[in-house]
Ligand binder design. Sequence first.
Ligand code: MV4
Length: 498
Amino acid sequence: MFKKILIANRGEIAVRIIKACGEMGITSAAIYSDADKNSLHVRIADEAYNIGHAKSSESYLNIDKIIETALMTNAEAIHPGYGFLSENSDFIKKVTEAGLKFIGPSYQSVELMGNKTSARALMKKNNVPIVPGTTESIRSFEEAKKIALEIGLPIMIKASAGGGGKGMRKITKIEELEQGIERAKNEAEKSFGNSSVYIEKFIENPKHIEVQILGDEHGNYIHLFERECSIQRRHQKVVEEAPSSSINDELRTKVTNIALNAAKACNYYNAGTIELLYDQNESFYFLEMNTRLQVEHPITEMITGVDIVKEQIKIASGETLSIKQNDIKLNGCAIECRIYAEDVDNNFAPSIGNIMHHRLPSGPGIRIDRGIDILSEVSIYYDPMLSKLIAWGRNREEAIARMKQALSAYQIAGVKTNINFFYWILDHPIFLDSTFNNNFLENYFLPLVPNKWRENVNKEYIKVSAILGAFIKSQEKSLKTKKLCSSKNNNWGMQIYE
Ligand code: MV4
């Protein structure tokens, strides 16, 4: 086993990895930028090294500096967390060439899955169901037109180098196709430096279901069931739950088998996630594979009892998977709310500032993964996620009730937050009966906002915070937050005793 690991990340995920190291008796070496000198991950790591300026490109994305720091401190392995360099195959290559172990998959798997057409071609070859469409980039408008008419409109044009909703375009009418391809190619070139695009059939009102898998370096694989991640805003997940409340055991067996086949198809090892669309005909379609630890991994840990980060470290040190598929039992239900420093009245724009007050909920089944502490700074430089609030219950009802209780006890001041947004979601009949799909927020939340998002903020209009505040007021009795939550002054995210 490794004696020291360098954590090439920041925030809550760096904290999460440092804790796993501590539990395993491994020394943790943190890195930090100038903007993060007061961050929690720096405070709790065994060692911490400043690696540069606030801008990510000059710190958390600086490959040479990170590797140099790892070698200087005699770390044996690097954990990349998520985002930053986690899915950069060049980084993995360089880490390996420097004689360090990358805690994650091989660079070949990352490269293969990073290119969406090569991933689709490989999955098709291995009988993993993909969304109907092309497995190669489109070469000409004529070819694209022929394919579009064959599979039927609407279609999606997606960037081969894209993913996570970036560089995606829906085409409803054949007349829009030529310009649509042009624009998609331009966007893809700008965003990814690669103008290749491909075509998929548009799946109407799908759910987003993903399966967590673990593979060791000796060809053994297990799955840790699925997560339901359909509630998204601008391709950012907002609430996730495990297991999915919309599939039964038969479908669960089907989707986890699909995921295992997908992982085997690219000789995958370490932790990975297969993302799928699930449509109204109960069909699953492979969408993409995330070749890293994911933000929402804790809900899977809560329902399986498996510590995914510890397993990642054991796998990277060459161990054989210690858990057998039969040992893993799906237990209860877990939900995660991503608490963001956001201003809901300003189109959910990041809300920056210093954390002046921070008191977190606790209790049976409650877990919080956080990267901030009192006096931490939420800056413009990084993702403004403050924490992940996770609630486990023996069933979905209990998990939801615990989540609402925890939300009402969550106190933070210094930045605005999206906390009140979750009450609205968790109380919605469509959420409660699990009939939601990827359009949930667009269909049910956006219409509540007068004229959608106003550009002229000076104009008199009903604020989103006021809408949510009024909703909470109407729910106060059932939420039992009357004493805790001041809805009078809409003091966002700061829940003060009256
Ligand atoms: C789609 C789709 C419909 N048809 N692909 C968005 C995120 C990215 N991972 C893929 N996405 C989608 N791909 C086809 N062929 C609809 C979406 C989509 C979506 C998917 C899951 C959760 C939320 C979503 C919101 C908008 C669009």
